[in-house]
Design a binder for this molecule. Structure first.
Ligand code: SAM
Ligand code: SF4
Length: 335
């Protein structure tokens, strides 16, 4: 293990923030159609527009050489990417040689098949999205999901030795009455729980303001039922944490509409197309795909420097904002 790898050219933005965390979307595709995330009828990107597995590994190596310590694989649904069982072990080999941690955010449907592979590749913690534990409701929110399959996936993950954190998007009238029972269930299963406020990302048919539920309200309600002890734990991300007395659950709240976490922002995100965004709430970006295909490492490094120079201080969302389809599948949340 050579954990003390000192990057020769660390990624530091113009506000002095060091970038050590990358969210890498490995596909725009998904087997579900969650109402707040995707349209019912999706047109996915042609294959040639998406980075190959080799290009993703090459890009990860560039990031690691420049001081990235944590990579989170996301999507779309990362486990439906063809060749994911080659990509994850490849990236896993970097753990201990610059990379400290490889993690994944998944909807859980493919975990019965892949949980052991993830553990063997060196992943120790995953986020699994679960907005309801009621089969009909789960199907309604995801438009097609089979709750049993996801619960089997979560069990397979725990059996394989993976620590599971549940991500639940808090949705007015859709699952708000289930948050307390989800917290108790997480306690009984040994999972942590993070609640996410809906964000105005992507074009979906639904009017998202209709299901917008401020987490401040959720926290007040939960505090009537549970003793929430503020925790100092921070992950360098947008979540604020509480310990739930008696349950042994760490409860996180991600409120992306407030920009209270921008000062310590250590992250950038990469779309499956190789577009790299400096911030969730801005369009500031650089395109790395063609540079990776033709330009080599020097051109990629220069483009990343350009991104860092322009990385915005913070984000500003408007609840009604909609963003182009290609950006839809990358979220700063658990995803
Ligand atoms: C985009 S998904 C990608 C990974 C995987 N498919 C999953 O569902 O976990 C990552 C996370 O973003 C959340 N998410 C997606 N769209 C969102 C939105 N508009 N507002 C808030 N969270 C959202 C999902 O619930 C999920 O927890
Ligand atoms: S939230 Fe995840 S599972 Fe749901 S549609 Fe979006 S990418 Fe798919």
């Amino acid at each position: 293990m050579s954990e003390r790898v000192i990057p020769s050219n660390p990624m530091i933005d113009s506000f002095g923030r060091r970038i050590t965390y990358v969210r890498l979307s490995v596909t725009d595709r998904c087997d579900l159609r969650c109402r707040y995330c995707m349209a019912e009828k999706m047109t996915f990107l042609p294959r040639k527009d998406v980075l190959s597995l080799e290009e993703m590994v090459a890009l990860a190596d560039i990031f690691i050489a420049r001081g990235v310590k944590r990579i989170r694989l996301t999507g779309g649904e990362p486990l439906v990417r063809k060749g994911i069982d080659e990509l994850v072990p490849q990236l896993g080999k970097r753990i201990g040689s610059g990379l400290h941690e490889l993690t994944l955010t998944t909807n859980g449907t493919q975990l019965p098949r892949y949980a052991s592979m993830l553990f063997e590749a060196g992943i120790r913690r995953i986020n699994v999205s679960l907005d309801s534990r009621q089969p009909e409701r789960f199907r309604h929110i995801t438009r097609r999901g089979d709750l049993g399959q996801v619960l089997a996936g979560i069990e397979a993950a725990a059996e394989a030795g993976l620590k599971v954190k549940i991500n639940m998007v808090a949705l007015k009238r859709l699952n708000e009455d289930e948050i307390g029972s989800m917290l108790r269930w997480c306690g009984s299963q040994g999972h942590d729980l993070t609640l996410i406020e809906t964000m105005p990302l992507g074009e979906v048919e639904e009017d998202r303001t209709e299901h917008y539920l401020p987490l401040s309200e959720v926290r007040e309600r939960l505090a009537r039922e549970f003793r929430l002890i503020p925790s100092l734990a921070r992950t360098g991300g947008p979540a604020r944490y509480y310990e739930v007395e008696g349950l042994g659950v760490r409860l996180g709240f991600i409120t992306p509409l407030t920009h209270n976490f921008c000062d310590g922002c250590n992250r950038i995100r990469v779309a499956a197309t190789g577009t790299v965004f400096g911030c969730l709430g801005h369009d500031q970006k650089v395109e790395l795909r063609d540079l990776l295909r033709t330009g080599g490492g020097g051109a990629v490094t220069r483009a990343l420097d350009e991104l860092l120079a322009g990385k915005p201080r913070g984000h500003q969302f408007r609840i009604e904002a909609a963003r182009p389809a290609v950006e839809r599948h990358m979220s700063v949340t658990g995803g």
